[in-house]
Write a protein that binds this ligand. Structure first.
Ligand SMILES: NC(=O)c1ccc[n+]([C@@H]2O[C@H](COP(=O)([O-])OP(=O)(O)OC[C@H]3O[C@@H](n4cnc5c(N)ncnc54)[C@H](OP(=O)(O)O)[C@@H]3O)[C@@H](O)[C@H]2O)c1
Length: 326
């Protein structure tokens, strides 16, 4: 795959936010199309559908963006999450290995315990590296870690890319994406409430899906040109810098022209969830840089791009702000 040509890419989870953006960005980034397939065409829990999708599209690279991503749902039904995130990933890895297809598999910050390393200050504690201990505190994290291990066990050349706090923002509705994400939710709540409280003691790496897709395609393109070889590596790829959810919410308010002081900080204890959220999951980009890859920009720059997305701006100028949550 190092002849400089754009490789044929198949993205799984094609109706999800990353799958959608891989499809969209591959046209501009590689000049070729990634085919993004939804669960209806490639179901990770069905090895026959994996085989037929791979044989039909004959990709050289698979980017696995499909996952059971409902963190609270996984806590209630870990078996369902495990079937997709662990067993399904193993089936995909076997199918890719047997066909000589390069596999890039997406994973998550939830493979870490969420504790601040050394119990230090989360504002300054060292960001997490791939070699730091993985001790997931949630069912979702356990199933994603099991998926990483299964893929590497049956197909050691798989590249694992862990990311975190992924959002698309309000343009997602115009893009036909279902559900919502944190940034999109904050834009909606700004219209609905005078003030809101947002957790200020969980630290992470906000990641704009469009940039994530762009950097993943950079990995595929660079390998095709023979610039580096990331096979078998576990890498971290997320927005630069660090933030609390409250920081992110206030930045959203600022970018849409609202008063950020309307967002009030609260603690995790004041906002309990079925699955415990990590207090600290800031990802370091050192592993990504070490390969020779371009890391993501600071999260504030990327958030500005998400809010300034022309599709969303046009929607706002038309006064058409309704999303599924409205
Ligand atoms: N979102 C985040 O904050 C975040 C953070 C860290 C890591 N990640 C990881 O990043 C990757 C992409 O996440 P995302 O945000 O794009 O998630 P997403 O928007 O929830 O998309 C996931 C997609 O996977 C599909 N899927 C679920 N079960 C499937 C199955 N059995 N077979 C095939 N497809 C299936 C879903 O299909 P349906 O549409 O039919 O349900 C959905 O379209 C995942 O590996 C996720 O774990 C995400």
């Amino acid at each position: 795959m190092s002849d400089g040509r754009s490789p044929r890419i198949l993205a799984t989870g094609g109706r999800g936010q990353l799958g959608h953006h891989l499809d969209e960005h591959s046209r501009s980034r590689l000049g070729g199309g990634a085919v993004a397939v939804g669960r209806d065409e490639l179901d990770l829990t069905d090895p026959a559908s994996i085989a037929s999708a791979l044989d039909r599209h004959a990709p050289e690279v698979v980017i696995n963006a499909a996952a059971y991503t409902d963190v609270d749902g996984a806590e209630a039904d870990e078996a369902a999450a495990h079937a997709v995130n662990a067993e399904g990933v193993e089936s995909l890895a076997v199918a890719c290995r047997d066909r000589g297809i390069r596999l890039i598999h997406l994973s998550t910050d939830y493979v870490f315990s969420g504790e601040v390393p050394g119990g230090g200050d989360p504002a300054t504690a060292p960001a997490l590296e791939p070699h730091d201990p993985t001790e997931p505190a949630t069912a979702y994290g356990r199933t994603k870690l099991a998926g990483e291990q299964a893929a590497l066990s049956v197909y050691p050349e798989t590249t694992i890319v862990r990311t975190a706090w992924v959002y698309t923002g309000p343009v997602r509705h115009g893009q036909g994406l279902r559900g919502s994400d944190f940034v999109d939710t904050m834009v909606r709540l700004e219209r609905e409430r005078e003030t809101l409280t947002v957790v200020d003691d969980q630290w992470g790496s906000p990641t704009y899906t469009a940039s994530l897709a762009d950097r993943l395609l950079g990995l595929v393109g660079g390998e095709a040109r023979g610039e580096f070889d990331a096979r078998g590596l576990t890498l971290h790829l997320a927005g630069g810098g660090r933030a609390t959810w409250c920081d992110l919410a206030r930045a959203v308010f600022t970018w849409i022209g609202a008063d950020p002081e309307r967002v009030r900080p609260c603690t995790t204890e004041e906002f309990p969830r079925p699955a415990p959220r990590p207090a600290f999951s800031v990802l370091s980009d050192a592993s990504w840089r070490a390969v020779g890859l371009v890391p993501m920009e600071g999260w504030r720059q990327d958030l500005a791009r998400a809010i300034a997305h022309e599709g969303w701006v046009a929607q706002r100028e038309r006064g058409d702000l309704r999303g599924p949550g409205s």
